[in-house]
Design a protein around this ligand. Structure first.
Ligand code: GNR
Ligand code: NI
Length: 174
């Protein structure tokens, strides 16, 4: 297992539509293992493969307090179950230090293949619903700031670019 680099906006990979997975095999499980390790290291609750530069329809998530219950979603399909939407403050590992409210349906159904390629279906509410919809957006090349005004989006990208430049400068001689 290995921690991979997480790409940040405005990396054009984040705009790519990810491609369906053809088989849940050992190579895919190795990717999913790396994604979980990368997510834990970054203290995230979810991660889409495109955030490590891989354009496959794969998501990992862990909403447990002890960070010991990783979940895997391959080729997920999300269907809203309510018209009611809820505002939730979101963040993204590809947009560090930016947080804002996004409105999304509050209950959704998610159909997917699990770590072993088994077909599964869950009902998602609360943070699970927020997170799976945030991750599904990544598979479609959408990030949460795309749901904000253009002014907020432009500001967020500039802030991230500045942060990344500073980080590079401070780690260049390590
Ligand atoms: O770690 C994350 N936290 C989070 C908080 C509120 C709404 C969505 C998320 S997902 C994010 C990790 C991430 O960037 N996943 O793509
Ligand atoms: Ni994200």
């Amino acid at each position: 297992m290995a921690v991979r680099d997480i790409i940040t906006v405005p990396d054009p990979h984040l705009k790519r539509v990810s491609r369906p997975v053809e088989a849940v095999d050992d190579a895919l499980r190795a990717l999913m293992d790396d994604m979980v390790e990368t997510m834990y290291e970054a203290n995230g609750i979810g991660l889409a493969a495109i955030q490590v530069g891989v354009d496959k329809r794969v998501i990992v998530m862990d909403l447990s307090d002890k960070r010991d219950k990783p979940c895997y979603f391959v080729n997920p399909v999300v269907t809203p179950l309510t018209e009611e939407c809820k505002l939730h403050r979101e963040g993204c590992l590809s947009i560090p230090d930016v947080y804002d409210d996004v409105e999304r349906p509050e209950r959704v159904e998610v159909a997917y293949l699990d770590y072993n390629g088994k077909v599964r279906k869950d009902i998602a509410e609360d943070l699970f619903a927020v997170c799976i919809q945030h991750e599904m957006d990544h598979l479609e090349g959408i990030v949460f700031i795309d749901h904000l005004s253009r002014l907020k989006r432009d500001r967020a990208v500039k802030k991230v670019q500045k942060l990344v430049r500073l980080r590079r400068a401070s780690t260049a001689t390590v």
